[in-house]
Ligand binder design. Structure first.
Ligand code: HXC
Ligand code: NAP
Length: 287
């Protein structure tokens, strides 16, 4: 069931949605489901050949319309150009998914200031660039819009070894909650999704390089005992981009099988206690 689309047919009909980082991974999966639900899709990232390949695949798989436009989200003029090209092609843009990200693991003291900036600029500046450029357009045109930001669960806990990403995602979460209030009067809703581990080439190759994947199987940290399916995330994304969620604003939906709470709960490690040990503890207590 969780591998199936959950929204009604045509739930996004006549909507045009920009997905940053839409050529690969979770951006591609969300975009594919938006197309299946009747949306037009604009995908953007730095690598045009990747975007063009994804366009051909997604159009063949869904029968929808995909516009690939190359852009580095760190550069505001390029972002403005994507929005202009999208409007020229489809007349208007109704939704934005800020999904593009950069990340890698490293002890923080080993990072150059350029490495820190690379990640913060892609994640935080990229998100503010697209949100500002499109928000201004919507407000000028008195048009409603929906923004969805892809964060992570360590946006609120923080995390060692991915510090630039944690700082940037925390900023994106603050942006989500701030604009949800400030821009609601313009009919602009702003929400976020915080995924736990979902296998993608981009994330896995950078966060679990070499044999780290074998040593630190991400599924083992998840109470539900598995990693996420792309369709599960796409279902929430489509819901948040659709009018079915018209009263949801400023929310962050976590989809991680309970992973971050497992790390947070003081006594959660007691799952290592066997039934025999519990029996022993009980008899000691009764004694
Ligand atoms: C340390 C690194 C590094 C690494 C690059 N740098 N990779 N430092 N460890 N693994 C340093 C470089 O040496 C350089 O500093 C600076 O960072 C900029 O590097 P460039 O290669 O010039 O940057 P750029 O071409 O802009 O590439 C950005 C990138 C790259 C972030 C470094 O990895 C990228 O393009 N990523 C995009 C896709 C991605 O990361 N996807 C994963 C998202 S997963 P110096 O000082 O040498 O000049 C995710 C999941 C979160 O977010 C949650 C999971 C549960
Ligand atoms: P991914 O495939 O590597 O996606 C990242 C995308 O961002 C790529 O398509 C990349 O394309 C694009 N991008 C990177 N830098 C860019 C830039 N400067 N300008 C424009 N586009 C840029 O990884 P993913 O796992 O699908 O991640 C998608 C989102 O989910 C990210 O926000 C990530 O933080 C979040 N997330 C993922 C997981 C997970 O387990 N996979 C967990 C939590 C959160 P180019 O290289 O062509 O630019």
């Amino acid at each position: 069931m969780h591998k199936q689309g959950m929204l009604r047919e045509n739930a996004l009909k006549d909507q045009t949605i920009i997905v940053t980082g839409g050529g690969t991974g979770l951006g591609r999966a969300m975009g594919k489901y938006f197309l299946e639900l009747g949306a037009n899709l604009v995908i953007t990232s730095r690598k045009l050949p990747v975007l063009e390949k994804t366009k051909l695949e997604l159009e063949a798989e869904t029968g929808g319309s995909v516009l690939p436009v190359a852009c580095d989200v760190r550069h505001y003029e390029e972002v403005e150009e994507v929005i202009k090209t999208a409007i020229d092609s489809y007349g208007q843009v109704n939704g934005l998914v800020n999904n593009a990200a950069g990340n890698f693991i490293s002890p923080t003291e080993r990072l150059s200031h350029r490495a820190v900036s690379a990640v913060i600029d892609i994640v935080l500046k990229g998100t503010t660039n697209f949100t500002l450029a499109l928000g201004k357009q919507w407000i000028d045109q008195q048009q409603k819009g929906t923004v969805l930001n892809i964060v992570t669960t360590y946006a609120w806990t923080g995390s060692g070894y991915v510090v630039p990403s944690a700082c940037a995602k925390a900023g994106v979460l603050a942006l989500t909650r701030s604009l949800a209030v400030e821009w609601a009067k313009y009919g602009i809703r702003t929400n976020a999704i915080a995924p736990g581990p979902f296998p993608t080439e981009g994330a896995w190759s950078r966060l679990l390089p070499g044999d780290l994947q074998k040593k630190f199987d991400p599924a083992q940290h998840v109470p539900l005992g598995r990693v996420g399916e792309h369709q599960e995330l796409a279902n929430i994304a489509a819901y948040l981009m659709s009018e079915y969620s018209a009263y949801v604003n400023g929310e962050v939906i976590t989809i991680d099988g309970g992973e971050w709470l497992k790390g947070a709960g003081e006594f959660n490690h007691l799952e290592m206690v066997t039934p025999q040990m519990w029996d022993m503890l009980e008899s000691m207590r009764k004694g």
